[in-house]
Design a protein around this ligand. Structure first.
Ligand code: CP
Length: 308
């Protein structure tokens, strides 16, 4: 029986990840008319308790292209303002919709929702914990560009402490025998120890750096992240670290592999200069676009629907 929630990337085996990526590819190539039959008469509720552009709107677009209707939950205008609890809110929405897509600022909120929901829950990002749909679209993007997920050298740069996209992708890439992973951050934003332990127990070759220039020449995938102001308990720490890593045409030109790709979950602030946007290295907008077929494949999976 296929699990009906995707809360963590750990909920999926390597084969299940690859199956989702294959289905996403099929959906990407499928005619719109055929695609629009899959979720006819289904309702997808997007419950976002935290800001989002890409995840919310790409889930909504993906579901609509599959023929579903969207039930958007407005956390400001809802009865949360009257003191209704998160779990009571989930109970209500699961009785109105067929899938719940949940983003929440608290770690573990999506998992908590599964305790009261009889409908599939997709975690659209919980605090600093996990962002599995982002990871699946990241993997899809890497596979499309590199024709493989195996044996790659990857640099994660920026906020590795609170960056849920980094946490999920680090866990996922363990399945694919990375040649080397570089974790580049200031000490205060270092990757959590439990993830370092997981890398160690899987014999993954990694290094911890504070300057990306030390590894730039050898990486296949440069995964930049934003220093996330909203996650800092102490704003003074944020002020000290903002702008710490910036890449632009001048500081990477001639110093990378020809086919190095730059990825970023977005939104960016100033860490990737716009002068890189039209270079062959810039994959971040294509990466965000890949959210559509990947999130379609996820929704069909949790409803146990085969992609033909
Ligand atoms: N990558 C990502 O999660 O973007 P949003 O916050 O805009 O959804």
């Amino acid at each position: 029986m296929i699990a009906r929630n995707i809360i963590s990337i750990d909920d999926l085996t390597k084969d299940e990840i690859l199956e989702i990526l294959d289905n996403a590819k099929k959906l990407d190539l499928m005619e719109d008319e055929k695609k629009s039959e899959y979720l006819k008469n289904k309702i997808v509720s997007t419950m976002f308790f935290e800001a989002s552009t890409r995840t919310k709107l790409s889930f909504e677009s993906a579901a609509q292209k599959l023929g579903a209707q969207i039930l958007p939950f407005d956390s400001i205008a809802s009865s949360l303002s009257k003191g209704e609890s998160f779990l009571d809110t989930v109970r209500m929405l699961e009785s109105y919709a067929d899938i719940l897509v949940i983003r929440h600022p608290n770690d573990g909120a999506a998992r908590l929702a599964t305790e009261v929901s009889n409908k599939p829950v997709l975690n659209a990002g919980d605090g600093a914990n996990q962002h599995p749909s982002q990871t699946l679209l990241d993997l899809y993007t890497i596979k499309e560009e590199k024709a493989t997920l195996e044996n790659l050298t990857i640099a994660f740069v920026g906020d590795l402490k609170y960056g849920r996209t980094v946490h999920s992708l680090t866990k996922a890439i363990i399945h694919f025998n990375p040649k080397k992973i570089y974790f580049v951050s200031p000490e205060l934003l270092k990757l959590p120890n439990d993830l370092l332990d997981e890398l160690d127990s899987n014999n993954i070759n990694y290094d911890i750096l504070d300057d990306y220039r030390e590894c730039l020449h050898e990486v296949d995938v440069f995964y930049m992240t934003r220093i996330q102001k909203e996650r800092f308990p102490d704003i003074e720490d944020y002020e000290k670290l903002r702008g710490i890593y910036v890449i632009n045409k001048e500081n990477i030109e001639g110093k990378t592999k020809e086919d190095m790709i730059i990825m970023h979950p977005l939104p960016r602030v100033d860490e990737i200069s716009t002068d890189l946007d039209n270079t062959k290295h810039a994959l971040y907008f294509k990466q965000a676009k890949n959210g559509i077929p990947v999130r379609q494949a996820m929704m069909l999976r949790v409803l146990n629907m085969e992609v033909k």
